[in-house]
Design a protein around this ligand. Sequence first.
Ligand SMILES: [Zn+2]
Length: 108
Amino acid sequence: MPTRLIIRCSSCGKRISPSNILQVSFYYRLLGQSFVSIKYKCPRCRRLGEYVVGEKQWNTSLLLSSGGELTLKELEKFNKMEKITPEEMLDFHLHLQESENWIKELVK
Ligand SMILES: [Zn+2]
């Protein structure tokens, strides 16, 4: 669980700790921003709540908290990169269809 992501109860403001989180759901959208929904049960008021965070924010907090494999420099680099376009996705599929060895060739 990310430690940098601070979630507070929407009813009483109590800080929610990872052990209070019941469910994390990822919502991927082809168009527009993907997001993550975090359902929690408040340890103080016992109410159920939901916290929604943008996918990018979630990923960053995960990476920062875990120490991860990525360096800060790499994170900056990836953040500056353009999103993968539908055209690139299509190209990728076509390459896969053309040759089964395509991936093997790529990682040689
Ligand atoms: Zn509460």
